[in-house]
Ligand binder design. Structure first.
Ligand code: GLU
Length: 494
């Protein structure tokens, strides 16, 4: 272990959308930093200009903000180790690449792409590994430098040792031992002068004082190379951790494009921006993601603050984690229910407004207790409760007819209900429910039949929050008006 102050970085490439994997890395970075009083850094790794997708840096930052994973240093907040965008650190990588050349740990390579391709095919035929064949490894260093300085097109490659083995330690998986002949002479600096990940990330992790590198399992295969690069510079290694891979919901293999599309068809997504649009709450998303790789009990409900209190990197687990979307629903609903009414109201209000409804805050606050148990996502408020904010509702006439009854019978029930409700001083749960239950008794019908008619009459829909509580919120005047309206519709259907 090392003794440096804890500094961790989330280092996404702006090459696509922010997904569960990147969010989980960022979360664990954040938790480790906050747990230990360390520093959480955002670094944008944008040196692969061909793969850069415009707008993805913005989406990443918005995703972090939405999740509440605020960072202490980064491109938009500054810090003492900037710039935090790798495209702005070009000279730093160039001088470091040449430093490795000086040290005999890297070399300029002038091989043309055509030659490399020929070598690759040749070696493939001979069933050899298809890495670089070492053609420029033995050029005279002074001569090679002169050619490079004179502008001859070149890359700088790592001079991987040809004999022996490399040992590297992953905190979650233990020691990894690789024969050096398996480690290619990877390109560190490309012919356009931009670094590859292998160089840029190692240099930045050192210069930014990173103590723990938490990253995806896709970097495991080049991990020994990274350890060799750090050692070639003579730097202290960070603690390395490669997180578990995510598997598709069936647990059989990784998520493919098709699986991602299938998930979307069922109203789910692996993208953070989509989850926000689908109405999931960040607390639920974080809790769900946190448990995919953190060996606390599967159903532990934790807020971000509670996660900070409990986080321990030694509990991280490298076993692959299957994405389970029903767990996402579970955690989203659970975290919504943990919020106070006022906060739920604040968060669902935009959905009503977006649906073109005028929302009065008093009513909004009153309906929260009626719907809070039923919300899995915030936009579930619409099917349950949008009708509260509509001046009029439009029941489907056929839905006003209760099971096993005729339109005439239902019209009669509506009339009787109207009379009862009209006779009450106020329509409250306490007054209306016993009165209506008495009617159920008198008519010898089921509560479902009678209340069903009222529900459709008053809410315009067959599923709604509890009827009498809803009537109380809507108020006597509107209730009577709607029951009268339903009576009229039923009369016409006789
Ligand atoms: N830019 C790399 C990626 O997006 C970062 C890997 C790392 O954290 O070092 O995969």
């Amino acid at each position: 272990m090392n003794s440096k102050p804890i500094r961790v970085r989330f280092a996404p490439s702006p090459t696509g959308r922010m997904h569960l994997g990147s969010a989980r890395t960022a979360l664990y970075d954040y938790l480790l930093a906050r747990r230990t009083g360390g520093t959480f850094i955002l670094r944008i790794e944008d040196t692969d200009t061909k793969r850069t997708v415009p707008g993805s840096e913005r989406e990443l930052m918005a995703g972090l903000r939405w999740l509440g994973l605020d960072y202490d240093e980064g491109p938009d907040v500054g810090g003492s180790c900037g710039p935090y965008r790798q495209s702005e650190r070009r000279e730093i990588y160039q001088s470091h690449a040449w430093e490795l050349v000086e040290k005999g740990a890297a070399f300029p390579c002038f091989c043309a792409a055509e030659r490399l391709e020929k070598v690759r095919q040749e070696r493939q035929k001979q069933k050899l590994n298809t890495g670089y064949d070492g053609f420029c490894r033995n050029l005279d260093p002074d001569e090679a430098r002169r050619r490079a300085v004179n502008g001859e097109r070149h890359v700088i490659r790592f001079m991987s040792p040809r004999a022996g083995v490399t040992n590297a330690v992953d905190l979650l998986r233990g020691p990894i031992v690789v024969p050096n002949e398996m480690i290619d002479d990877y390109v560190l600096l490309k012919s356009d002068g931009l670094p590859t990940y292998h160089l840029a990330a190692m240099v930045d992790d050192h210069l930014m004082g990173i103590s723990h590198v938490i990253r995806g399992a896709e970097w495991l295969s080049t991990f020994p190379l990274h350890a060799l690069i750090v050692r070639a510079f003579g730097w202290e290694e960070p603690v390395w951790m490669h997180l578990s891979v995510f598997l598709k919901p069936s647990g059989k293999g990784k998520m493919s494009k098709r699986d991602t599309a299938l998930a979307m068809d069922s109203g789910y997504s692996i993208y953070i921006g989509d989850l926000e649009k689908l109405g999931y709450i960040p607390e639920g998303v974080l809790n769900w993601i946190a448990l995919m790789g953190w060996g606390v009990s599967e159903d532990d409900v934790m807020t971000l603050a509670q996660m900070v209190e409990r986080f321990d990197i030694s509990h991280l687990n490298p076993a692959p984690a299957a994405i389970n979307f029903s767990k996402l629903d579970h955690f989203s609903g659970t975290h919504i229910r943990l919020l106070p009414d006022e906060e739920i109201a604040r968060r669902i209000k935009p959905y009503f407004i977006h649906a073109g409804l005028e929302v009065d805050n008093d009513t909004l606050l009153k309906i929260i207790p009626l719907i809070r148990e039923r919300l899995v996502t915030l936009d579930d408020c619409l099917p349950f409760a949008a009708w509260f904010f509509k001046g009029t509702v439009e029941p489907k006439p056929e839905e006003l007819i209760a099971k096993n009854l005729t339109a005439a019978q239902c019209a009669e029930i509506a009339r009787k209900s109207y009379d009862i409700l009209a006779s009450l001083p106020e329509i409250t749960l306490a007054q209306a429910e016993p009165a209506m239950r008495a009617l159920v008794e008198t008519l010898g019908l089921s509560a479902g039949q009678i209340f069903g008619i009222l529900r459709v009459a008053i809410t315009g829909q067959t599923v709604s929050p509890p009827l009498f509580e809803s009537m109380e919120i809507v108020g006597k005047e509107k209730v009577l008006e709607r029951v009268r309206g339903a009576m009229g519709m039923l009369e016409k259907m006789r």
